[in-house]
Design a protein around this ligand. Structure first.
Ligand SMILES: Nc1ncnc2c1ncn2[C@@H]1O[C@H](COP(=O)(O)OP(=O)(O)OP(=O)(O)O)[C@@H](O)[C@H]1O
Length: 643
């Protein structure tokens, strides 16, 4: 990788100096507005999407959530209004539960259910698809690929977010520029999981800066950071804002020095706007309202105390009325110069918008490029997570040897047919449980990253889904093949290549079906619910497979169950592979009565036909396809439902 040359340095040796940021960042982090760059730089810059400054106005925003069936609704935002100007770092402040995150969700377009009101971008009604091209949303928790280094995270993001016509050197230039200016260049080779909280936050910002968004929404970027990291992050946001961005952050209760770094504040109390204006104007505003901030009191603390109702609930209503619930712009700097909606429309004519509307797709690069990059990322992660990859192989080797030892030579002996039948069922159990549980346990942690990256237009859900399917396939095939060879030979199943391939095919199909089921559960449920649900729904699958109660003995009213149990087709397929194909008589100890000398006797007793192999393959194929499609649709639904 072109960026791999940086040295791994001590995590604490940050070269980042906030006081230098305005100068050092200059326009390099914002290539589209770079001035005086070299002609080579200019070529790179020319290929990066250019963005206009963005002026946001929102009017009468309400947000209502359902509290559940028969539990009614709760209104979180009550017709709030506001204006978010470019070149500003804006803090949305308020006590816990005031609706800060909800307002940020609404403004970023992340939350759409239960939302009413209007958002205008440069004087025109917001079109979400276009708006998402110019904005990004960084949620509170850092959703990074912890196994990958800073450089790898950046390089993969650049491959997904920058035009494919840029070569790796040009992309590398953009990445170097961003990392240098965010004080992360020295940590290029540090894995994201090993970064400090502040560095992780900066990396999250760096990843989004690649596409040069004009509006950045950050939900509580300072939470969990010490005061020096808080200052670094807010300083960074301030620098980025002053390069021509609109940056909106939610903050809890900033210290006086941190508060002073924000240009504007928007104060919420119980879903109403109590103040909107510059940070400096907050004290005069309170003074004019007759509730002056006491001397030596941090104004940020005081307004939060007021918003909490500590000086009386009536103050909230009073200040809301004075602020006209966000309509009053008189506390902005030079309020008379704030352009009207009409003025903005003239300033940003539709013809300019047309030029900026790049391509018909939702994402920056093509689907095939997204798939390629995601597959590359998936393999890199599998390589890094060597423990899990090795563990999967090891488990298959160990379980294979254990089953092989327990049922040694059971496959060829007439008086051990029932034992062999038990072995085949145990094999299916293994192929069902381990891939399903692994997926149920690992997928939910991937979900949060998927939600962030998909919302920020890194890739489509289809590309993501195809890539995770393809990345897992080789390791599943190898694990299954290793297991099959061990167990097949140790238990002395017939040494015929066709039978082995049939055995392996059914085993692999069972793994794929179980994985798909795991994906369906993992896509919808969290780890706790998923780990409960997975094994629970496996029990009826086993019941209806024909093990314990043969298919013939199933009560007629429950027979339908055998059609929906994929284990039934798996078991039938394995039986077909081992005892079908006109298998000759089995070895028998002459001294003992050998009831199952002829395989047909056994097949007759368990009511399974050896000729059903291809039907079983077809049924398992249908299961794989249907469950994979269902998992995809559930994932799609989940991504919509959380919004
Ligand atoms: N989906 C939901 N269902 C029910 N209540 C919700 C939902 N989302 C938010 N709320 C409620 O709405 C209120 C505002 O939530 P929000 O997360 O926006 O507050 P906040 O100001 O960001 O708080 P904090 O600073 O603690 O994160 C809270 O009382 C919260 O419990």
């Amino acid at each position: 990788m072109i960026l791999a040359g940086a040295q791994i340095v001590d995590d604490h040796s940050v070269a980042y100096r906030p006081e230098n940021m305005p100068e050092t960042v200059k326009s390099s982090v914002t290539p589209a507005i770079k001035e005086g760059s070299s002609s080579q730089d200019a070529q790179v810059v020319a290929k990066i999407p250019k963005r206009d400054l963005v002026d946001i106005q929102f009017t009468n925003i309400t947000c209502t959530v359902s509290l559940g069936i028969n539990k009614g609704h709760k209104q979180i935002l009550h017709g709030v209004n506001g204006r978010l100007r470019p070149n500003q770092l804006i803090a949305i402040m308020g006590p816990s539960g005031a609706g800060k995150s909800t307002l940020l969700d609404v403004l970023s377009g992340y939350r759409i259910t239960g939302v009413a009101g209007a958002v205008f971008i440069n004087g025109r009604g917001r079109i979400l698809k276009r708006f998402k091209r110019m904005s990004c949303y960084i949620q509170q928790d850092d959703r990074l690929q912890g196994l990958l280094t800073v450089g790898e995270n950046m390089a993969l993001a650049a491959d997904l977010k920058l035009p494919t016509k840029l070569d790796k050197y040009e992309k590398g230039e953009v990445i170097e520029d961003i990392l240098t200016n965010l004080g992360l260049y020295e940590h290029m080779n540090t894995r994201a999981a090993q970064l400090s909280g502040g560095q992780r936050k900066r990396l999250t910002i760096a990843l989004e800066l690649i596409s040069n968004p004009r509006i950045m929404f950050l939900d509580e970027p300072t939470t969990g950071l010490d005061s020096s990291s808080c200052t670094q992050v807010v300083q960074l946001c301030r620098s980025l804002a002053h390069q021509g961005r609109t940056i909106v952050c939610t903050v809890h209760q900033p210290s006086a020095s941190l508060f002073a770094l924000f240009d504007h504040v928007y104060v919420l109390a119980a879903g109403y706007c109590m103040y909107q204006g510059t940070t400096r104007n907050l004290v005069p505003y309170l003074e004019q309202a007759g509730i002056p901030c006491p001397m030596y009191h941090n104004p940020a603390d005081y307004i939060i105390e007021l918003a909490c109702g500590e000086y009386g609930e009536d103050k909230i209503g009073y200040l809301t009325t004075r602020a006209e619930n966000g309509k009053d712009l008189s506390w902005f700097d030079n309020p008379d110069t704030i352009p009207t909606m009409e003025g903005l429309r003239k300033q940003y004519p539709l013809s300019v918008l047309k030029e900026q509307d790049t391509g018909p797709g939702e994402e920056e690069t093509s689907q095939s490029n997204q798939r390629m990059v995601l597959i590359k990322r998936g393999f890199l992660k599998a390589k890094r997570d060597a423990m899990l990859t090795h563990l999967r192989l090891l488990v298959n080797v160990i379980v294979g040897i254990m089953l092989g030892s327990l049922f040694v030579k059971a496959g060829n002996e007439g008086n051990r047919v029932i034992e062999n039948y038990n072995l085949l069922f145990a094999i299916l159990m293994h192929h069902m449980m381990s891939p399903m549980m692994l997926t149920i346990l690992t997928f939910p942690s991937e979900m949060s990253i998927l939600i962030k990256e998909h919302f920020n237009r890194w890739y489509s859900l289809g590309s993501y889904y195809i890539s995770i399917t393809l990345v897992d396939l080789p390791i599943s095939i190898v694990s299954c093949a290793v297991f099959s060879v061990i167990v097949y030979t140790m238990s002395s199943q017939p040494l015929e290549i066709v039978r082995f391939l049939m055995f392996f095919a059914i085993s692999l199909y069972t793994v794929l079906v179980a994985q798909s089921l795991g994906l369906m559960i993992g896509a919808v449920f969290n780890v706790v619910n998923g780990t409960f649900l997975g094994p629970t729904i496996s029990v009826p699958m086993m019941m209806f497979a024909g093990f314990g109660v043969t298919l013939r003995d199933l009560p007629p009213y429950l027979y339908w169950g055998s059609y929906i149990s994929y284990l039934r087709y798996g078991l039938e397929g394995l039986i077909g592979a081992i005892y079908g194909l006109e298998r000759p008589t089995l070895d028998c100890d002459q001294a003992v009565y050998c009831h199952y000398k002829h395989p047909k006797t056994f097949l007759n007793i368990i009511a399974m036909s050896p000729d059903m192999f291809w039907w079983d393959v077809l049924a398992l194929t249908i299961f794989v396809v249907v469950l994979r499609v269902a998992a995809f649709l559930l994932l799609k639904w989940k991504l919509k439902a959380i919004r």
